[in-house]
Design a protein around this ligand. Sequence first.
Ligand code: 3PY
Ligand code: MG
Length: 259
Amino acid sequence: MGFPAVHADIAPAVRRGALHLSTFCQLPDPNVIEALAKTKLDSFILDMQHGMFDEAAVVASVAAAALEGKPAFVRLPVDCGGLASRVLDFGAVGVVCPMVNTVADAERLVSYTKFPPVGFRSWGPRRAIPLSGLNGPGYLAKANELNLAIAMIETRQALDNLDAILAVPGIDGVFVGPSDLSVSLSGGETLDSADVAPALDHVAARAKAAGKFAGVFAISSGYATDCIARGYSFIALMQDALFMQQAADAAVTAVRGKA
Ligand code: 3PY
Ligand code: MG
């Protein structure tokens, strides 16, 4: 038995703006993904920027998710370069690239994630082929559609360049990092700037006008529903460790309340 074709419908649905509930994974153990994959989450974003994922952990966790029938994305480190192509070869359905502040940053992301004529991705989709359910030529023909290049908007400079970033061919959608955006907009003063809310509305509106989807990190389910109302469809809902901590605290509190 091989891997299931978990990539088949993901990118087209996300691109259409269908609600997609993912989560950031920072604990680099495939057993964590295997457990979370049995929940109602749609996918996982393996975090190589702030999480503890290295390349070996990405390979193992993409496989663990796939064996449970779910796709995985990778959030790259800043200045990702060739690692973007590499994690797509490992079977990530898309990459979330932090700190895309300029058109040049966006073009660089596309160059590593899309095959010609859109970008310059090099051929070698080791695990991407089985996860696509296609053969080699079939994958080459469809790969640019089947994967997602997602640019994180999390600075004032990125907001200033938003329309131009959205217009870069091959950028499938944008994704707001509310904390870094707050840090940037407040000049390093706060993680919770009041300027983030109007910026969230602005990004959603400009993405819609460009025919691209908007994503966001949501620290809580309340933040997620607020962002969905603002026009966001691709949500990274909380984080693996946060789910565990909140569930443990809720259970302990419930028991203590009854003891
Ligand atoms: C941010 O809030 O800056 C993020 O990158 C979310 O993960
Ligand atoms: Mg960030």
